[in-house]
Design a protein around this ligand. Structure first.
Ligand code: PRT
Ligand code: ZN
Length: 294
């Protein structure tokens, strides 16, 4: 691989994706001369052939499709919404697990709502008309899509629409605007997306980036477990904690006892801790993992 091949990554300049995007890059070990102050528009890594461009999130799909940037971190909703312009030229290479939200339909709290049928012929205000249209067409509901670019939640109280379709995370914005969520249209999270016609050298760089991203993601989702157990409990404990290949078991100075070291998925954490305690485990330590390569 020649050394002048570089890869350009777009991240959101400032907004809900920015902090987690930069944190991921830092955890992947990419260093940037002069740091990553939010006032910058570009930055180059000092230890990887990687250039960053700071953009508005809505512009990232277009830049990716045009090949102005090679990869980008963007919300799935933004990527899918830009469909017509970007879909054939842009591929999602990894889901990143942050900026999770859903695109949902909501109606005023006082309105009785039974099913999507209730929206037939009604006006729905949204900043995601393509995703909403595809959803309504799939379910054969004919409604008027009223496209607005922001403050979607106030549309019903202004008499602009009978319903809205907007991004929701905690749901508190809906509540404070007197709305209730009635349909879940699309689940979203931040993704790493790439231009589909990268050259071979850039593919190699993308694979190296992905290797690091996956090691960081895996580490976040797993914990290192150390515990002590009487030897007769080991079979049960080992079957509860299979680890990456198999757990490490080392004898303790106290006769008849061993220490078991393994890795456990965050999602199974509480359930497994219960099982381990029932099996006779003691002195259980749970330690965060920084990077995990399997
Ligand atoms: O300036 P720029 O154009 O780059 O940013 P932006 O203002 O368009 O986007 P930004 O930073 O608000 O959001 C970027 C991305 O974050 C979105 O495209 C989503 O992928 C993701 N995301 C995750 C969200 C939310 N959660 C979210 N809650 N984007 C917006 N919201 C808004 C939503 O529109 C609503 O107004 O938050 C409000 C609802 O939040 P809750 O918690 O009250 O339900
Ligand atoms: Zn935006």
């Amino acid at each position: 691989m020649t050394t002048d091949i570089r890869i350009t990554l777009a991240v959101q300049k400032s907004g809900r994706l920015s902090e987690d995007s930069l944190r991921l890059l830092r955890e992947c070990g990419f260093e940037f001369n002069g740091g990553l102050a939010s006032s910058r528009l570009r930055a180059s890594s000092s230890n990887f052939p990687l250039d960053l461009l700071f953009l508005r999130d809505d512009d990232i799909p277009r830049y990716l499709a045009d090949g102005v940037v090679d990869v980008g971190i963007v919300g799935q909703n933004t990527l899918v919404e830009s469909n017509g312009t970007a879909s054939e030229c842009v591929e999602v290479v990894e889901e990143l697990g942050f900026a999770r939200c859903r695109l949902a339909i909501a109606v005023p709290r006082g309105v009785e709502y039974k099913s999507l049928e209730d929206l037939r012929g009604k006006r729905i205000a949204t900043s995601h008309p393509h995703i909403l249209r595809a959803y309504l067409e799939r379910l054969k509901i004919d409604a008027h899509i009223h496209e607005i670019s922001g403050s979607v939640e106030i549309a019903p109280s202004l008499g602009l629409a009978e319903a809205i379709c907007d991004l929701v995370s905690s749901g508190s914005t809906l509540v404070s605007n007197g709305l209730k969520e009635v349909e879940r249209v699309f689940d979203s999270q931040a993704v790493l997306a790439a231009n589909s016609s990268l050259n071979e050298g850039q593919r190699e760089l993308l694979d190296k980036m992905l290797f690091r991203v996956r090691a960081v993601q895996r580490a976040r989702n797993n914990k290192y477990v150390l515990l002590n157990a009487p030897n007769e409990a080991l079979d049960r404990i080992i079957s509860t904690l299979p680890g990456i290949k198999s757990p490490t078991v080392v004898p303790l100075a106290k006769a008849g006892w061993s220490s078991v070291h393994s890795v456990m998925n965050e999602d199974e954490f509480w359930e497994k801790i219960e099982l381990l305690r029932e099996a006779g485990a003691e002195g259980i330590l749970i330690v965060p993992i920084e990077k995990m390569i399997v």
